[in-house]
Design a protein around this ligand. Structure first.
Ligand SMILES: [Zn+2]
Ligand SMILES: [Zn+2]
Length: 157
């Protein structure tokens, strides 16, 4: 591991830590840690591309040829219930997009090519909502989605 770059090593440590947390959360909830769930979760925390379920399926199937799309959809529902992934919706796109990063961050979304980019900076202040606007909700977190046109799509008109 001498030749591995520092940033790459840091990323894989984060992935391993997330996978460890995922395994203990499964055990706490009495869910079995199947090789399918593990491979799918690992793939989601390893990417920042916010894949569709179909894309995730294609990626993981290369290592796990017996995987079915139905298993992928079931695992996604389980992951969402566990709160270990979140779902993003792109305007005018019926497919869900998946995010294995549940830390607080926002998204820039291109309405043409549908790429989803993480946004972590630039919002100086927490949005303030008046008490009555909360309608009795206890707020646990929030996420903003900025819909626009990415530089690549903008250049091609
Ligand atoms: Zn674009
Ligand atoms: Zn994200």
């Amino acid at each position: 591991m001498v030749s591995a770059s520092a940033s790459k090593a840091a990323v894989s440590t984060d992935v391993e830590e997330a996978v460890e947390r995922f395994i203990s959360l499964c055990r706490e909830r009495g869910l079995s840690v199947t090789p399918q769930r593990l491979a799918l979760y690992r793939a989601l925390v390893s990417t920042s591309s916010h894949p569709t379920p179909e894309r995730l399926f294609e990626d993981v199937r290369s290592q796990m040829p017996t995987l079915s799309l139905a298993t992928v959809y079931k695992a996604i529902e389980t992951f969402k219930e566990m709160g270990v992934i979140r779902e993003i919706r792109v305007p005018d796109d019926h497919r869900m997009r998946l995010d294995g990063d549940v830390s607080e961050h926002h998204h820039l979304i291109c309405v043409r090519c549908h790429q989803v980019v993480d946004l972590r900076e630039g919002l100086a202040d927490e949005p303030l909502l008046p008490e009555q606007a909360m309608q009795g909700f206890r707020i646990l977190g929030y996420s903003l989605q900025f819909n626009g046109v990415c530089p690549g799509c903008d250049a091609t008109g």
